[in-house]
Design a protein around this ligand. Structure first.
Ligand code: PEP
Length: 250
């Protein structure tokens, strides 16, 4: 099964709407690569101007979060229908920063994943261990638990289209990248876990990214691993280096 690579930028809480448009203008020519799905996950307020700026390019605009209710008295939240109406296809769910600072849990991640699928959005489901967990040797157990809960009551047909981002917390924004062997070990374990929950065909179809200090210098080695189908990129997604990551195969 050949899976199309997917490289997604996570802008986090960076870029005002006008800065977003300027950054897309700069990156547009650098990220042209039809062999890769290129997604810019941007702050909610940037989505509409970013869509406009990316028109006619291969850049797809994604969101960084959604809420798991349809509508109503949830001040400050963004509904899945709002994202769909704004032309969004991908949405990051359960990033470790949201788990750490905004009290997201495996259970809220699961609610958001199901809601995203209900609305035809593709979730980029984040998982990852802390340094302490890695040192204690419980990485794989921890990730399997995150995956099993994230996919509760998700059908195989939905799971096949999902994206999972394996992001060791100790590698996010630290400049410390997991080695390609460390990243592959966990991505392979995630695929095996999906195979246990569903079946071989689902495991073979789902796309699994690595995230954690990916840059133009390490992307090719990471993405060459059999179970790594691209990357979720924070810091480098705001720089011309993002073009080198997207064009890792050139
Ligand atoms: C991220 O925020 O998902 C991430 C991987 O960040 P960075 O690339 O900066 O480590």
């Amino acid at each position: 099964m050949s899976r199309k690579k997917i490289v997604a930028g996570n802008w986090k809480m960076n870029m005002t709407p006008s800065e977003a448009v300027a950054l897309i203008e700069t990156l547009k020519p650098l990220v042209a690569n039809d062999e890769v799905d290129v997604v810019f996950c941007v702050p909610a307020i940037d989505i509409i101007p970013a869509q406009e700026a990316a028109k006619g390019t291969n850049i797809q605009i994604g969101a960084e979060n959604l809420y798991f209710e349809e509508k109503g008295a949830y001040t400050g939240e963004i509904s899945p229908a709002m994202l769909v109406d704004a032309g969004v296809k991908y949405v990051i769910i359960g990033h470790s920063e949201r788990r750490e600072y905004f009290a997201e849990t495996n259970e809220t991640v699961n609610k958001k994943v199901k809601k995203a699928f209900e609305h035809g959005l593709t979730p980029i489901i984040c998982c990852g261990e802390s340094l302490t967990q890695r040192e204690q040797g419980i990485t794989i157990d921890w990730i399997r638990q995150q995956i099993k809960i994230a996919f509760l009551d998700v059908t195989a047909e939905q799971a096949k289209t999902a994206v999972v981002a394996y992001e060791p917390i100790w590698a996010i924004g630290t400049g410390k990248t997991a080695t390609s062997d460390q990243a592959e070990e966990v991505c392979a374990a995630i695929r095996a876990c999906i195979g246990e929950i569903y079946d071989e065909a689902t495991a073979a179809a789902i796309r699994i990214q690595y995230g954690g200090s990916v840059n133009g210098g390490n992307a090719a080695e990471l993405f060459a691993k059999p179970d790594i189908d691209g990357g979720l990129v924070g810091g480098a997604s705001l720089k011309p280096d993002f073009g080198a990551i997207v064009n890792y195969n050139k």
